[in-house]
Design a protein around this ligand. Structure first.
Ligand SMILES: Nc1ncnc2c1ncn2[C@@H]1O[C@H](COP(=O)(O)OP(=O)(O)OP(=O)(O)O)[C@@H](O)[C@H]1O
Ligand SMILES: [Mg+2]
Length: 265
């Protein structure tokens, strides 16, 4: 019994330990892979504007251009520089949001009046809508003020990202509506557009970092593909939910559910 049982037991213990070790290492390996992918995406995104700036400066030096002749060149450098600044800003926001989520930190939150916030947003983005031949308006389905508990800067950022997407991915003479309603527990905000729409497969991918559907077109606009991942992190930091409904060539609706402050009467 001993002669047969002991080696069998040792083999079983080896198999079990190997299986458990494999299981334990899997999440570490996965997060290592994600980190590697993220670093390589960041490096790639930084390389493009940096190379463009270098090539532009090289051409000025090579052609011995004076400052007077270099106005166009300076504009290109300025544009690429803006892109770099925005990318670094977005990366900083994302890492801060991540560290809040992972370490359970508390972000500073106050009582926010959503009607005021949406009014400000529509006012600020009306110029961009006009430039894109898009009609931007709000539709509020309540007579009372609606309050949530949150970080005002982040909620403003969330709605700005969604509304800019809705304006920039629209068609000529399209519509963008910021819709607000409540039920007993939640505030429901919808950003509705009549734009180009997103197919089912892409709907699952657009919240990934650096994901752009039409890479060339969206990069031209200066987009880095971080906007919707910032939106998702902000929603999670506010214990909310986000959903998207869309049909190609008909339009998209991004729906945000956030816990509402229930006023005691
Ligand atoms: N309302 C929309 N209608 C159609 N496509 C959209 C809409 N919103 C987002 N998308 C698609 O999803 C992609 C990801 O959006 P996201 O906001 O993350 O990045 P971006 O707008 O390209 O760049 P950024 O927001 O970082 O400047 C966009 O490139 C665009 O192709
Ligand atoms: Mg965007």
């Amino acid at each position: 019994m001993l002669l047969l049982g002991l080696p069998l037991l040792i083999i079983l213990v080896i198999i079990a330990s190997w299986y458990l070790a494999e299981k334990a290492i899997q999440p570490v390996y996965k997060s290592y892979q994600e980190m590697q992918q993220f670093s390589s995406d960041v490096a790639h995104e930084l390389r493009t504007p940096l190379s463009a700036i270098k090539a532009t400066i090289d051409s000025v030096i090579l052609n011995n251009l004076t400052l007077q002749d270099s106005q166009e060149t300076l504009k290109i450098i300025h544009r690429q520089n803006e892109r770099l600044i925005n990318l670094v800003k977005d990366l900083l926001i994302l890492t801060r949001l991540d560290s809040v989520l992972e370490n359970n930190y508390q972000i500073s939150k106050t009582k926010i009046n959503l009607l005021d916030l949406i009014n400000d947003l529509v006012e600020e983005l009306s110029c961009l809508a006009l430039e894109n031949n898009v009609n931007l308006r709000q539709e509020i389905k309540t007579n009372n003020d609606i309050f949530i508990f949150g970080n005002e800067e982040q909620i403003y950022r969330l709605l700005t990202n969604l509304t800019i997407n809705a304006i920039e991915n629209n068609q000529k003479n399209g519509q963008v509506i910021i819709f607000l309603e409540t039920d007993k527990q939640e505030v429901i905000i919808k950003v509705i557009d009549t734009g180009i729409g997103i197919n089912n497969t892409e709907q699952k991918l657009i919240f990934n970092r650096f994901y752009r559907i039409n890479k060339a077109r969206n990069r031209d606009k200066g987009g880095s593909g971080l906007g919707l991942s910032i939106v998702r992190s902000i929603v999670l930091n506010h214990h909310g939910k986000i959903a998207v409904e869309s049909r190609e060539n008909e339009g998209s609706t991004f729906i945000i559910y956030l816990p509402k402050i229930i006023e005691k009467s």
